[in-house]
Unconditional design. Structure first.
Length: 157
């Protein structure tokens, strides 16, 4: 990882759609693994003891848009909740880890912000991509994520 702050690295990756979420993870020093899991398990982030490297593991059975959101969600935990990772945070299919709902809401919110940067959402919307499905295609997210993000940004659209 470079000498810049993680938030600065994130900002560099939020300049075009779709966001290169795997490139962002790599730039932050995070490895990504894919494993075959049951549908009710989405992902996890684990860090080695004493500040060692961290690994994000995602469910290889999930569609690409869900894997992208899972990676962004785990990046959010890495940036926002690094001290809470401990021996790992495992998120189920509803992005619940057993941690507080507040922590999971924060990770979900930040993941959506990473994957759908507000400036680009507004540009795409004004260029004619005005439905959740159209925006989802542009950002490689699910229509549900795009719809939530559109509602958050409705005063700008």
């Amino acid at each position: 990882m470079s000498d810049q702050l993680p938030i600065e690295t994130v900002g560099q990756y939020m300049e075009q759609a779709p966001v290169d979420i795997e490139g962002l993870a790599t730039a932050l020093g995070l490895a990504i693994n894919r494993e075959l899991w049951p549908d009710n398990k989405s992902g996890k982030i684990e860090c080695e003891a004493n500040g060692g490297p961290c690994t994000i593991t995602v469910n290889a059975m999930h569609p690409e848009s869900r894997q992208r959101f899972t990676i962004a969600h785990e990046i959010a935990h890495f940036i926002l909740h690094r001290d809470a990772i401990g021996d790992g945070i495992v998120d189920d299919g509803m992005y619940r880890s057993g941690r507080s709902e507040k922590i999971e809401r924060q990770a979900n919110q930040y993941a959506a912000e990473i994957l759908m940067p507000w400036k680009i959402v507004i540009q795409k919307y004004r260029a004619g991509h005005q439905t959740p499905t159209a925006l989802a295609r542009e950002f490689k997210v699910s229509p549900a994520v795009a719809e939530i993000r559109m509602k958050e940004l409705r005063s700008y659209l």
